[in-house]
Each structure stands twice: as C-alpha cells, then as structure tokens.
Write a protein that binds this ligand. Sequence first.
Ligand code: MD3
Ligand code: FE
Length: 222
Amino acid sequence: MAQQEFALDPPQHADTVPKWLDTGACVLRGLAIARAVEMIADIRRIARGAPFRRMPTPGGGVMSVAMTCCGAAGWCSDSHGYRYVARDPRTDRPWPPLPDTWRDLATRAATLAGYEGFVPDTCLINGYRPGARMGLHQDRDERLDAPVVSLSFGLPAVFRWGGPRRTDPLRRIPLLHGDVVVWGGPSRLVFHGIAPLRPGAHPVTGPCRYNLTFRRVWQGDE
Ligand code: MD3
Ligand code: FE
C-alpha cells in the first residue's frame, strides 16, 4: 500500500540549481538522493554511539521528535534551556564524529545556494515517527552568520514556514526523501516547524522520517 505507492513513484532527479523560496532560502530537490542509503546506514551507526532520545523542554514537556547529534558540538534541551555541548550528557562521551562525506555534501549544498565556505561543526539528527511534530520556533543557539543546511530522508513531511514574527502567516512546503534546503541571510531567523507526521512506510526508512540539520556553532577549537 504505502510501500507500493512509493515504489511506483517516478525516480526523483537531483536539482543542482536552487529553487528560491524567499530571500536567502532555497530548495535543492533530491540533491541527497544518491547518498540516501549510505547516509541512513551512517545514522544507524551514529545512533549506536549516541542513541536517539526525546529531550525534555524548558516548559516541562518532552519533545515528540527523537534526536541525536554528531560533530564537535551537539544540541541539547533540558529543563534549564537549550545549548550546545561538546559531550553527550547521556553517555558523557564526545558526540560521534561528523562524517566527512556529510560535511562535504553540506558544503556543496551551501555553495550551490551561494554560501561559499560553509563548514559545519555539528549535525542535529531528528527522528520522526507518525504523529511526531515540531512546534513553531527559531534557531538561534548557533552562529547566525552561517546558513543552516537541512536534509530530509524517509517519510514526507509538511514544513511550516513563517516569517520573522511568530504571528506571521505560514506557508506549507512538502519536504520529501532526498530534499535539501538551505537557509541563510534574511531567512535564517524565520519561525518554522513541522506538521504532525502522517503514518506511512518508506522503502528505505520504514515508518520514519529523518531530518539532518548542519550548523556552525563554534569559531575555532573552543
Ligand atoms: C529555517 N528541523 O532541527 S528542517 C530543527 O524537519 C528543525 O526536523 C525541522 O527545524 C525538521 O531546528 C525543519 C528545516 C529548517 C531547519 C533549520 C532552520 C529550517 C530552518 C533554521 C533556520 C531557518
Ligand atoms: Fe529549526
């Protein structure tokens, strides 16, 4: 059923010319398709060293999205707030390294979008199961002069994209397996979120969506 629908989809091609969504933000449809199987295997390996976990929020809740990180820094949420830390608080070990192949793909996507010299030092890996969602937020815990590069794998999601104010009207943009989005410049601080994931089965990820966001957090070797 869902499995067959995906199997019957025409093969997605990879855009290397960005489609601009707004000033500073563009999508490169399918750019990560060719690396999907290998990167999903990488995600599973990384998660053996730094397991996916649903993090507590400062407001007293628990996120519906499961997260892990790799790279020199990792994003954490707890009852005190949000921050980047050099070690996984759950294991007290450094986060697994950011694979060179991942870093190179993020740099290539940023370059295609016109952001030269983007070298991420962290990747936040979000794992969505049906029903998981991400509320409207801004990303402001990392360097704001660097773009964010996002890769989507597995089940499709509806991205909610607002403006610089929480109350700005929302656009809805589908994010599909292999899609890459680059957010920088005036789009870096837009409010955004993900609508609750619809049930389904993807041939590569099963009942799951992964989103990888590459960011620059630290300047040197702090
Ligand atoms: C626009 N992730 O991890 S990716 C996040 O699909 C996050 O898991 C969503 O929002 C996800 O913070 C959306 C698209 C995205 C990611 C980061 C952004 C859009 C962004 C940062 C600034 C502006
Ligand atoms: Fe975000």
